[in-house]
Design a protein around this ligand. Structure first.
Ligand SMILES: Cc1cc2nc3c(=O)[nH]c(=O)nc-3n(C[C@H](O)[C@H](O)[C@H](O)COP(=O)(O)OP(=O)(O)OC[C@H]3O[C@@H](n4cnc5c(N)ncnc54)[C@H](O)[C@@H]3O)c2cc1C
Length: 393
């Protein structure tokens, strides 16, 4: 456990803003140490809470930040950062536990640690940044792999290492994650036969027609077979049954289709979008829950162009920054600022075939091949990493 801060006694949440001398500082509690939560903690610490005016605690099941967009790559265990190095210099406490219940009226969060011990943490402002999770398929998923979490990606990495020379791998879901994984696998397991499956007729349906020719060319170049217009009806560990009545031998099947916001959102409001994301205003305050902010994959604000943001790291980072800043301003009587996002861009890795970078919600192709690949490398190795060791001024 890192910088474990003992929960103080119950604070009088209703009078937190006043916090007269001798009273404990009001507490900002953040659930989830992904992109939104970590950037919220940094922004909160750097926007006036540094002198102890606000106690900032972050609850996360582990003491590592997972660079989730990199989980399609080999050696996923390397794609993490010790949270201690980000939080300690900024005076942010880390509580290694999982939040299991939120009492919005009582302003408390129930957490359970790795030993099963429960405690209820009071808060004055809450930021929900617990991210999203893969939607499990409506079939027996016992033998399915995923790259949704570090544990899932590590298990897959181990399984790929055990594959024989004629190994067969199916990736289900030809969206962003499935395409990145399917095009990376030929480098990770050069002898394997790889098939990408999606029930939509079009490859990368959600990505639109713009980058499709580049994606198709990359899959062809890398020898990845594509089956579109078919769903999966069962998988028993060796054979994948498809909705068109055909079957496919597969030693490994990786499910990548569908994401849904953390179920903790339902404890705050029933006003959620089809992805389970909370309705928030442009300050990221949850509609109907004035002491709660939401950011990242749990929230559905509008971006600078009026589109609802994507469940993406590039949108989670500015949301986290906005929520962290505003939660502190709200506690200390400052002005809240609206969410500010950069113009939308998408950089899709295509493995040894390069990458494709698009701009705008209509995904106009701007860079391809080696140029796009260099950008993707910068994103994956620099931009997605939180700044370390910056002490409060
Ligand atoms: C394989 C893959 C590739 C992707 N590629 C890209 C990409 O190229 N570009 C891009 O922009 N986005 C990409 N994404 C999406 C991106 O990873 C997410 O949108 C982003 O991680 C969202 O950030 P977040 O902080 O909301 O959630 P997360 O990063 O998922 O962080 C949530 C945190 O909350 C913690 N948590 C969950 N439940 C609880 C609980 N009950 N109590 C306490 N803590 C909890 C989790 O352990 C985690 O640390 C990809 C996702 C995947 C899976």
């Amino acid at each position: 456990m890192t910088t474990e801060r003992t929960a103080t006694g119950p604070q009088d949440a209703t009078s937190a803003e006043a916090a007269p001398a001798g009273r404990p500082a009001p507490r900002l509690l953040i659930i989830g140490a992904g992109f939104a939560g970590v950037w919220a903690a940094i922004a909160a610490a750097e926007s006036g809470a540094a002198d102890g005016a606000v106690q900032i605690d972050l609850v996360n099941p582990t003491d590592r930040f997972v660079v989730r967009p990199r989980l399609y790559e080999a050696d996923p265990g390397d794609k993490t950062v010790p949270l201690r190095e980000v939080l300690e210099p900024r005076g942010v406490g880390l509580i290694t536990a999982r939040a299991t219940d939120i009492d919005v009226d009582g302003r408390t969060v129930l957490v359970v640690d790795g030993h099963g011990d429960e405690r209820r943490l009071p808060y004055d402002r809450l930021i929900l940044a617990a991210g999203s999770r893969l939607v499990r398929p409506p079939i027996d998923d016992t033998h399915l792999d995923d790259i949704d979490t570090l544990d899932g990606a590590a298990a897959l990495d181990g399984r790929l290492a055990q594959l024989g020379p004629d190994g067969t791998i199916a990736v289900v879901g030809a969206g962003f994650t499935g395409i990145e994984l399917a095009t990376e696998l030929p480098s990770r397991v050069p002898s394997a036969r790889i098939t990408l499956i999606d029930r939509a007729e079009e490859l990368g349906a959600a990505l639109g027609p713009g980058p499709r020719p580049e994606i198709q060319a990359a899959l062809d170049e890398l020898g990845v077979e594509v089956r579109t217009g078919v769903g999966v009806t069962s998988y028993d560990g060796t054979t994948l049954e498809l909705s068109d009545g055909t079957s496919l031998g597969a030693d490994v099947v990786v499910w990548t289709a569908g994401m849904s916001a953390s179920p903790l959102t339902a404890m705050i409001s029933t006003d959620v979008d089809p992805l389970g994301r909370l309705a928030v205003d442009q300050y990221l305050r949850v509609d109907g829950a004035p002491s709660v902010f939401a950011a990242g994959d749990t929230a559905a604000p509008l971006d600078e162009s009026g589109h609802t943001v994507a469940q993406s790291a590039q949108h989670a980072i500015p949301q986290g920054t906005c929520a962290g800043r505003n939660a502190v301003a709200d506690l200390l009587g400052g002005n809240l600022s609206e969410l500010a996002t950069l113009p939308y861009g998408t950089c899709l890795d295509l493995g040894a075939a390069g990458a494709v970078y698009t701009e705008g919600w209509d995904r106009r192709v701007v860079l391809v091949g080696a140029e796009a690949k260099a950008l993707k490398r910068d994103i994956n190795t620099v931009w997605l990493y939180p700044p370390l060791g910056v002490a409060n001024a």
